[in-house]
Design a protein around this ligand. Structure first.
Ligand code: FE
Length: 215
């Protein structure tokens, strides 16, 4: 499990080693080993539960926020003005989502989110952070070579597109509002939410045009 930030609430000013396990992580691991040893816990089932929160339930909330913004200009304005409140309107509140900021991608600007010091991530809208988000290479290279990192994720931007990298902290969690793909005119918010990927809301992906759509 990831850093809960219970114990530091960092402002990115203090020493923070990425390889150290926090006390909470150590406790979780010890508990997991004990429960597995006693036969109370099937590690495969646990992995499945984590996968659900990491990949399915969590990012679906963010996808609904994005789809609403794509279909409701007033909502989009409020989202860009005060993301925490606009996201709370859809019922997504809680720990690690108290101070949200949404950055909108445009044809000229692509936004990408990192936490250079640890793993700050907007849990209420994206769930648990993926392993790569917490990895030292992503955390350093996202800042030094964002286009290189994007290339590894299969994202190639035009030379004229500016890449802006946002460093998350416990005070500020970012969500990227990706570009709505062409070929989705007239789609409902539910249909749109289905094609919004987790990575597009971190900025390491884009939302692909639906197959069959001309673009
Ligand atoms: Fe962090």
């Amino acid at each position: 499990m990831s850093d809960t930030h219970d114990d530091h609430g960092h402002s990115h000013g203090h020493h923070h080693s990425g390889s150290e396990l926090s006390e909470v992580e150590l406790r979780v691991r010890a508990l997991e080993s004990l429960l597995t040893e006693k036969g109370y816990l099937d590690p495969a089932a646990l992995d499945e539960i984590i996968d659900v929160y990491e990949n399915r339930i969590g990012p679906r909330n963010g996808a609904r926020v994005v789809a609403r913004a794509w279909t409701d200009p007033d909502y989009k304005s409020r989202l860009l003005e005060d993301a925490t409140a606009a996201i709370a309107d859809l019922g997504y509140t809680g720990r690690q989502g108290e101070h949200m900021v949404v950055r909108e991608n445009t044809p000229e600007v692509h936004n990408m989110v990192v936490c250079t010091l640890c793993s700050c991530y907007p849990w209420p809208v994206l769930g648990l952070p993926p392993v790569w988000y917490k990895s030292a290479p992503y955390r350093s290279r996202a800042v030094i070579d964002p286009r290189g990192v994007l290339g590894e994720f299969g994202v190639t931007l035009g030379a004229g597109v500016e890449v802006r990298v946002w460093d998350s902290t416990s005070e500020m969690r970012y969500l990227v509002l990706p570009l709505r793909p062409e070929g989705t005119e007239g789609w409902s918010a539910d249909q749109l939410a289905d094609i919004v990927t987790r990575d597009s809301m971190i900025g390491t992906g884009i939302v692909a045009a639906p197959s069959g759509a001309k673009s």
